[in-house]
Structure formats: C-alpha cells, structure tokens
Design a protein around this ligand. Structure first.
Ligand SMILES: CNc1ncnc2c1ncn2[C@@H]1O[C@H](COP(=O)(O)O)[C@@H](O)[C@H]1O
Length: 358
C-alpha cells in the first residue's frame, strides 16, 4: 500500500510553500493520536522482521509467518479495501503477535513510530486475547502491553492504553475485559472501546460499558461505521460514551445529538476513504464537524494497513479543506481536551504545545 498522495493546491503553495513543506510542518507539529489499533499499527518492516524470525522456527510458527507474509504481499498492491475482507487479515497478524516477547517488540516499535512522526500523546487500543499455543491469557496480554509501554525507550511521547471489546465477543468476555480495565487502571489503562467487524452480530455489551463508566473509566465506541445501524447507534449512545470512533453513518437526529452533547469524534479519513465508507476526502464528515467547531480528532486507525501516518492525515486535511498552519495547530491542541488521561496530563501537554515553535 502506498502512502496517500497529498494534492498540491494554490492554497498549499501560498500557505506552506508546497506539499513537501506542508508534510514537514505536519510532521514537526506536536500531535495527539487517540484512535490507533495496536495490531493494525505495526510497521510492515516490523511485521516482516517478525515473520522472518518465525520462518526459522517450528512448523507451526513457519505457517504463521507464511500467512503474515502473504498479507504483507497482498497489502503492497491493494489500493482499496472492502470492510468484509479487512477483518480476516488480522488473523494472520495475530499469529505473529501471540507471545509476550513479540508483543513487547511490537509495542516498542509502534510507540517509536508515533514518536518519530511528532505524536506527543498516544492512546493505543488493543483487544486482550488468549492463545493456548503460547500460554497467553487476556490478563497476561494486558500486563505485557502495559509493561512494554512503561519500558518503551521513547522519551518524547506519553502513552496510555484502552482495552477493546470486539463485536464478536460474548457479553461475558466483554465483562471480563471491563474487569481487566478496572484492575489495571492504575497502571495506564484509561478506558474501554467497542470495535471489531461492524457486520458481526449485535450483542449486548451495554452492561459491560456501563460498568466501565460507573467505575470512572472512559468509554469510546465505534459508531455508525456502516449504513443501517441506526438502532444499534441509538442504543450505544445511551451509554453516554466520552468519544466516538468514525460516526460516519448517523441519522440526522443522532448526529444532532452528537453535536449537542459535544461528543468528540475520532476521525480516520484515510481509513474511511480506503474502506469506501466515505467516497472522498472532500466528502468526509469531518468537513461539517470542522465548520461547526465540533470536537474532532484526526487519527490513523491502522497506520500500517492504510500506510498513512498521522502527519499525513494532517496534511490531507490542510490540502483538502485549505487549513492554515494556525488552524492545524489549533486542531491538534484542541485534541488535548478529548484525551482520557487526567487533568494534570492535559495541563502538561498544553505546556508542550505552548512552547512549540514551528
Ligand atoms: C477499519 N476500522 C476498524 N473498525 C473496527 N475495528 C477495527 C478497525 N480496525 C481495526 N479494528 C479492530 O482492531 C483489531 C486489531 O487490533 P488489536 O488486536 O485490538 O490490537 C481488529 O481485530 C479489529 O477488531
């Protein structure tokens, strides 16, 4: 997959001096990333490295590596996705990230990639999972990811963890994940997310999400990622989520509710365009949200799959909506309001923005 092309426009020339300078500005700009799925954010180089190490391993491991390499090859020529083929890909990535040592390796790599791209605060999200073949349990998964976050050598970025409930889980597993989030909240877990294949059967995770909220954890929900999910979206909004992922397909009434309640939306433009849930950058619903000054956070979703680092999402927004340097700065600074970490962290981050000079 090639990184998206940022169109040059007369505005880009005038404001930035060209696309290269725009990209440079966006990379240097301090940024907040709030919607990044861990297993979708591993760089292709790290995945290849893992696969190659495992090719030299036992027969089972070699099979896992071959599956992942075929995904990497397929990604190289892909230029769009169908959401229906998208989710099965993770099975192959999971086969490479199913033991503690590999998990630490990928978490360190992903944090470093975000840091190098100018991200100063990151909320990674990931689905706790078991793997009988390696003795991995959901609890060990969370412990290992948290340990990797705390031992990351990256010094310019701070990272928190959101635990993801997958739409394919059962209500019992959803509850287990919330219990893990509560247990590990003092060690860097700040919230819970509902994600996964939006075509998967609807299941009742409302109790689990309400329990998370009652315990003081924050909640974000992938909402309206595909069409005709109005009943589910209305029901999910009753949980009073703190943020929403995508919020692409919403009835007028629900969108008005989101605007009225000022629920921040994690906007993943390239992901939506490549998965064809939005027809073009110009048509993206962030346009209206920006016009209304609705809290909107530019995010990558799965940066290794969509090949678009966060700096590129900022550059695409600038080029598509003719945003000035100051507007990009304000957008990234305002994202601090929507983070799940506490007020001290917000104050610290505002200080970083206030002392930044382009
Ligand atoms: C296209 N946008 C998306 N919509 C919904 N869920 C998505 C997603 N992209 C990724 N995931 C969810 O994140 C998992 C991989 O990371 P973790 O194993 O959790 O680290 C995927 O299995 C899927 O459930």
């Amino acid at each position: 997959m090639k990184a998206p092309t940022v169109p040059n426009t007369s505005f880009v020339d005038k404001e930035f001096g060209g696309v290269d300078q725009l990209l440079e500005y966006c990379k240097a700009l301090p940024k907040i990333e709030l919607h990044a799925h861990l297993n979708g954010s591993i760089s292709p180089e790290s995945l290849r490295q893992l696969a190659e190490k495992r090719l030299a391993g036992t027969v089972g491991e070699a099979e896992a590596a071959t599956g992942a390499l075929s995904v990497l090859e397929a990604l190289e020529w892909k230029d769009t996705f169908d959401l229906k083929d998208f989710f099965p890909m993770f099975k192959h990535i999971y086969a490479l990230t199913n033991n503690m040592a590999w998990l630490v390796f990928i978490v360190h790599g992903v944090i470093k990639d975000f840091e190098d791209d100018g991200v100063r605060y990151l909320e990674l999200r990931s689905t706790p999972r078991d793997d009988a073949s390696t003795g991995l349990t959901k609890e060990l998964y969370v412990q290992t990811v948290l340990q990797a976050i705390s031992t990351s050598p990256a010094t310019k970025i701070s990272t928190r963890l959101i635990l993801t409930i997958d739409r394919r889980h059962s209500p019992e597993v959803a509850m287990q994940i919330v219990d893990l989030a509560i247990r590990f909240r003092d060690q860097g877990v700040v919230g819970v997310d509902l994600a996964g294949d939006p075509y998967a059967a609807d299941f009742d995770c409302k109790h689990a999400l309400l329990k998370a909220k009652a315990a003081g954890l924050k909640v974000t929900i992938h909402l309206g990622e595909i069409e005709n999910r109005e009943a589910e979206s209305a029901s999910m909004l009753e949980v009073r989520p703190d943020r929403l992922g995508h919020a692409t397909f919403l009835s007028e009434q629900l969108r008005a509710h989101v605007y009225e309640e000022r629920i921040a939306v994690e906007m993943c433009m390239t992901s939506n365009v490549l998965c064809r849930t939005v027809s073009s950058y110009e048509e993206h619903h962030i346009k209206e949200a920006l016009e209304l000054d609705h809290p909107s956070i530019l995010c990558t979703d799965d940066k290794s799959i969509f090949a678009s680092p966060l700096s590129c999402e900022y550059a695409l927004a600038a080029s598509t909506f003719s945003m000035t340097k100051q507007q990009l700065f304000d957008l990234s600074k305002k994202s601090i309001d929507a983070i799940f970490a506490n007020s001290e962290e917000k104050t610290r981050l505002r200080g970083v923005w206030d002392t930044w000079a382009p």
